[in-house]
Write a protein that binds this ligand. Sequence first.
Ligand code: FMN
Ligand code: ATP
Length: 264
Amino acid sequence: MKTIVLNEEERQGVLAKNAEPCVMALGFFDGLHIGHQEVIRQAKVEANKRNLPLAIMSFFPHPKTVLMKQSDFPYLMPLEEKKKSMSSLGVDLFYVVPFNQAFASLTPEAFVKQYLLTLGVKHAVAGFDFHYGNKGVGHMDRLAADSGNLITTTSVSKLSRNGLKISSSYIRSCLQQGEVDLASALLGRPYQVELQRKGSTYWVKPYYTLPALGEYEVNCQGDKGMHTVKVLSKEEVEWQSGKTLPKELSIHWLKKIEAKEQIS
Ligand SMILES: Cc1cc2nc3c(=O)[nH]c(=O)nc-3n(C[C@H](O)[C@H](O)[C@H](O)COP(=O)(O)O)c2cc1C
Ligand SMILES: Nc1ncnc2c1ncn2[C@@H]1O[C@H](COP(=O)(O)OP(=O)(O)OP(=O)(O)O)[C@@H](O)[C@H]1O
């Protein structure tokens, strides 16, 4: 998979040499949960039908950090992790557009013309609630028209669990409640966080989010043994298994250990 950070210079470069035709899936895709995986699966089917490469367009940083100035945004995975997952899902080209005020101010038509048509998009795939363009007024029902009918579209229907749309926000709220098992079910794999040892405790690496304070059963990548950790703060984790530990850990969160009720 090729990754291209599509800054203005790159976009002008693509413009100059005519991009290869592609099928493109669009969205931020934080966590690559099972709703996202379905969008990418359907996009891959459309790409294979047309014998075209599958491209993804994502953004960075998260639009809310720019539009709502939310500086401590609780990301579920860093860009590097997203790249690995995209590649394993059969994505050929991964475009990351720097999300800034100028980009957010593009009209829906300008976005479709200057980005999608420029990048050779023939068919666009996104969820039923994908929005684009200034104030988020562009949506899948008008994308074909915004392209002058040069792009066809697939709008993916809502995938739900417990009556709620499966979403990155839903997973973030599970983490806030300590429901790491539900978060993992929505992701279709165990929720994973990378940690770095500083002294006797571990600190979360950038662009990961720890679950709520408390004790959890976890295992480490490449080691099926069960361990216990205690989340001490938004950033700090204590390892409770005693032995000497590596400098870095990649842990999978299995379940919260509920505090036993005190019987007096
Ligand atoms: C060119 C462009 C401009 C956007 N401008 C706005 C905006 O002004 N206000 C807004 O709330 N969202 C805006 N969005 C963000 C979208 O609402 C959405 O969050 C983003 O495209 C990621 O899509 P997803 O959240 O469906 O994955 C814009 C998106 C694009 C692609
Ligand atoms: N449950 C879902 N069913 C169908 N499509 C989905 C679902 N969740 C996300 N998508 C689509 O996947 C793409 C990426 O979505 P996006 O990054 O907005 O995820 P999200 O999980 O809805 O995030 P957030 O909770 O932050 O809004 C978009 O095209 C979106 O419409």
